[in-house]
Design a protein around this ligand. Structure first.
Ligand SMILES: Nc1ncnc2c1ncn2[C@@H]1O[C@H](COP(=O)(O)OP(=O)(O)O)[C@@H](O)[C@H]1O
Ligand SMILES: Cc1ncsc1CCOP(=O)(O)O
Ligand SMILES: [Mg+2]
Length: 291
């Protein structure tokens, strides 16, 4: 079913409505694969201290198995067992960086996809160099906010950096994302009101989501982890998997928002909604289209 849907997306000509339906089917197919016990992926996460809890809970709610394993000593044994690796530099220290690089190399050697979240890439020279070094190890996908993707392309510290928060709309970083995708060979995703996904040629926007997500720490980290889980189940289609993950996370936030009273309860209802998402809801609400 899923390969058929990938083919449908590629066939031309197509109406916008047909394409939109194909994207929604694809998003559901990814979530279904993550949930099925025989395809449910083990995702190794080397992520920041702030995000560990939300990342693990979002992966579990989606049906994946998270493992927060970051010591260099364990990487040779463990990384080849995982179906995907997630690296996030949010609370980076010099002690953690070698393990991140080693894990990325082992994932590459084991033909496992790996996904990078370049949190606050433009905030300091140390962080920027670390992210650029990791980029040379060819992540399958990079997901950042507008400011992070612009900083990676520019390769210089951002004087106006707001740290982990973005001072740019995702739409301001579309051309930067395309260039970065061409240079790096990675799929580049830029989150925001519209999540942008590009392989350097194709560009789609995933429109699901609610603004209150910005008031919950680590939602960016969590959606990047969900991308890793979706890429794990269909590693030969990372562009489609990335758009699907961003959209499904956004759909869960829209459902969660119906019961939320503020950021704290949205966090809880988002996890519940992701856990309970059904096919009809996904097909009805997913909104992915060409940019
Ligand atoms: N204005 C917005 N409206 C709807 N969803 C948003 C908005 N801004 C961010 N999001 C969503 O919030 C999540 C985190 O994105 P973002 O805040 O850009 O990442 P980060 O936390 O890394 O800066 C993503 O799922 C994104 O789609
Ligand atoms: C607040 C904070 N500080 C360092 S990492 C982090 C979490 C950032 O999470 P996100 O990028 O998803 O907002
Ligand atoms: Mg972030």
């Amino acid at each position: 079913m899923e390969d058929k849907t990938h083919n449908q997306l590629r066939q031309q000509p197509k109406t916008a409505a047909d394409k939109s339906e194909s994207w929604a089917r694809l998003a559901w197919a990814h979530l279904e694969s993550v949930r099925k016990s025989y395809t449910s992926p083990l995702v190794q996460c080397i992520t920041n201290f702030v995000s560990m809890d939300l990342v693990a809970n979002v992966l579990l709610a989606a049906g994946a198995s998270p493992a927060m394993i970051h010591s260099a000593e364990e990487i040779p044994d463990f990384t080849p067992k995982a179906q995907a690796l997630y690296i996030n530099v949010g609370t980076l220290t010099p002690e953690w960086l070698p393990a991140m690089k080693m894990a990325a190399q082992v994932a590459n050697e084991s033909k496992r996809p790996w996904v990078l979240d370049p949190v606050a890439a433009g905030a300091s020279d140390f962080r920027l160099r670390a992210c650029l070094d990791l980029l040379t190890l060819r992540p399958t996908v990079v997901r950042g906010n507008g400011s992070e993707i612009l900083a990676l392309l520019k390769g210089s510290v951002d004087e106006n950096s707001k740290g982990v928060d973005s001072s740019h709309e995702s739409t301001e970083a579309v051309e930067a994302a395309k260039s970065l995708a061409r240079i790096s060979g990675s799929i580049i995703a830029v989150s925001g009101a519209v999540d942008i996904v590009t392989d350097g040629e194709r560009v789609v926007g995933a429109k699901n989501g609610v603004p209150l997500l910005q008031k919950i720490t680590a939602t960016g980290c969590a959606v990047t982890a969900l991308i890793a889980a979706f890429v794990a189940v269909h590693p030969s289609h990372p562009f489609e998997a990335t758009a699907a993950a961003l959209s499904v996370f956004g759909v869960a936030s829209e459902i969660g928002m119906e019961s939320a009273k503020g950021p704290a309860s949205l966090r809880m209802h988002l996890i519940d909604a992701l856990h309970g998402l059904d096919q009809a809801t996904v097909l009805q609400i997913v909104s992915i289209s060409n940019v």
